[in-house]
Design a protein around this ligand. Sequence first.
Ligand code: NAI
Ligand code: AKG
Length: 312
Amino acid sequence: MKIVVSELIWEEGLQILSELGNVVYDANLWKQDLARELVDADALVVRNQTRVTRELIQAAPRLKVIGRLGVGLDNIDLAAAREAGIPVVYARNANAISVAEYVFAAMLTFARRLEEATAHVKGGGWNRRLYTRMELYGKTLGLIGTGEIGTRLAYRAQAFGMKILGYDPFVPPYEVACTEFGVQLTDLKTVLSQADFVSLHVPLNNATRNLINRETLSLMKPSAYLINTARGGVVNEEDLYNVLREGKIGGAALDVLAQEPPQDSPLFKLDNVILTPHIAGLTEEAQVKTSVLVAQEVVKILRGEPSSCVVR
Ligand SMILES: NC(=O)C1=CN([C@@H]2O[C@H](COP(=O)(O)OP(=O)(O)OC[C@H]3O[C@@H](n4cnc5c(N)ncnc54)[C@H](O)[C@@H]3O)[C@@H](O)[C@H]2O)C=CC1
Ligand SMILES: O=C(O)CCC(=O)C(=O)O
């Protein structure tokens, strides 16, 4: 068996794949001639930067499985994989806790401004009144998408005493969790207009691209914050920039951008923006879990066994 891994994988996952076959691994393979490497490959394992296009799939006649070291599937042509009879397995739920904790880090950063206060003290200041901020207790968290991450975030927000509103038109699989974790399911307009923090947890697809735009942003309270750990394409960045520049919302935390890595962006110049390089799911714990889970599921498919992580 030849298993091609074109992006970063943790050692624990590599070990499992190596027991089954010959692993060709290069974390930068996605930037190189991947099609040539796939001519005789049985499995391809990617993260989020490899564009698994129809052409790439067609260049891999022996391919039996595609493994996705993560959750978002917007970089894989799922229709082409389905037509070619190639199952795609992914790390459902493996990084959900890490993303939920990242959202808390963002909310607490906006609520308490520890970095700014630290800079103030290190610069010789001691103005306590200047750093009086707010509690998360009693504030409203608005979830757009109440799946694995959204519900884990709700669980944590409930413990903080936050009110939680959720919008998800396809919620049934998570309805029980929503009830248990205090999520009041409602429409998009209500979530946007009532939340103090709006957090995005939807996949990027035709229905969600530019879901957050000038019109939807105008529904948010002037004091509210937007947190995007989903995908850059869910937010119209030009509209967001204008709304932030005009002070029409309080701020934004963006872990994902439409173009990654970004070229120079006007967002870099704004003080009310937190920008991180797509790290919400990137903790040691989540990455070990992800790498092991995906490696195990790829091995199962190669052995002809059923996998519970196949994309439907
Ligand atoms: N920044 C990071 O490191 C990470 C980002 N992600 C992103 O977060 C997304 C969500 O991840 P999970 O919660 O694990 O996925 P999930 O599939 O468990 O949940 C997504 C939810 O979005 C809902 N949804 C779909 N279309 C919608 C729409 N138009 N409006 C409102 N809700 C809609 C679905 O019904 C589902 O409940 C992923 O697709 C991925 O793009 C995931 C993990 C790490
Ligand atoms: O861990 C990564 O590299 C990307 C995580 C992510 O965005 C996902 O799981 O969808």
